[in-house]
Design a protein around this ligand. Structure first.
Ligand SMILES: [Zn+2]
Length: 310
């Protein structure tokens, strides 16, 4: 039954510049990465999965198998991190931002830990967001309770994956906190406004600054969701107008990179409230875990070995 949903689970990827830092690509497209990855895995034989930033930061976060998996084996299963109704073209029907704001503080922290873009969109300090990366895996279900994840993302890695990244590395490796000018978190802005209303009306420019901050947070949160969400209906297509689609993001599954059809080593199986990642073939320790996002998203530029020729 879930097989039908499998075919449907698909990444909606918004049009982006070719040089954008999208975590959608390959660790093995660069010579030399493989051996280093294996070395890293060997150092922690007790882990099942390893998360780290690729040596080329433009290639993004990657998930590696830290031990061998057999064909058909379930690598892990996790609960939905955030589900929302999405329409790529209609204003006013997309509740992504509202759903994000309704989440508990802990859930939002977990989302920030997994998605630097979302943290940045909502004005969360880079260090604070990076600290929450330990929560990645916190929504794993009982079936994968014993899963051990070796999370090697540093605060600097987290910083590199934010859309505002662009400063020289030496400025960020030592102290990543507080160097980014970002909009004030809309949630905090709302609380501030509530307090303000008990007093005489503030100057108009204060109010409009809060409005602008929320407007930007809303737009960037939607942009983030469009890029990372898996759609949950087979007939739905993210990049075609004319419908509302239920879509969801996942803390761990969303860190897995794309390979074109035939090159991926895993598939996803989505069900109500959960998603599982299963091995399509035997996977060796040290190998990058990959899935197929979509076949028909034209704006998506695959950087995997399936598309990038050496
Ligand atoms: Zn490809």
């Amino acid at each position: 039954m879930s097989g039908d949903v499998v075919a449907a689970a698909e990444h909606g990827l918004a049009p982006r510049p070719a040089d954008d830092d999208i975590p959608d690509s390959s660790a093995v497209s660069k010579a030399g990465n493989k051996s280093e990855d294996n070395k890293g895995v060997t150092a922690t034989p007790s882990a099942d999965l390893l998360i780290r930033l690729n040596d080329d930061p433009a290639l993004g976060f990657c998930v590696y198998a830290a031990r061998p998996y057999r064909r058909g084996e379930r690598l892990f299963e996790e609960r939905t991190a955030l589900e929302a109704t999405h329409d790529a073209h209609k204003e006013g029907v997309r509740n992504v931002y509202e759903r994000y704001c309704q989440q508990s503080v802990e859930r939002r922290r977990a989302l920030h830990g997994s998605f630097p873009h979302l943290a940045w969109a909502n004005g969360v300090d880079a260090q604070e967001a990076a600290d929450a990366r330990t929560l990645v895996g916190s929504l794993l279900t009982a079936t994968s309770k014993g899963l051990k994840i070796d999370n090697r993302l540093t605060a600097a890695d987290h910083m590199r994956m934010r859309p505002d990244w662009g400063r020289p590395a030496e400025e960020t490796t030592g102290h990543v906190s507080g160097i980014v000018s970002s909009p004030k978190p809309a949630i905090r802005a709302k609380a501030a406004l509530y307090g303000l209303f008990k007093k005489p009306l503030p100057p108009q420019d204060v109010l409009s600054a809060e409005d602008e901050a929320e407007k930007k947070a809303r737009a960037e949160t939607l942009e983030w969701f469009s890029r990372y969400a898996f759609r949950l209906k087979p007939e739905a297509s993210f990049n075609k107008p004319g419908g509302n689609y239920q879509a969801a993001v996942y803390l761990l599954t969303d860190l897995i990179n794309h390979r074109c059809s035939g090159f991926q080593n895993c598939r996803v199986s989505a069900d109500v409230g959960t998603i599982a990642v299963l091995a399509l073939r035997d996977i060796a320790a040290g190998e990058e875990v990959t899935i197929n996002y979509s076949k028909d998203v034209k704006d998506f530029q695959c950087k995997g070995e399936c598309c990038v020729k050496k």
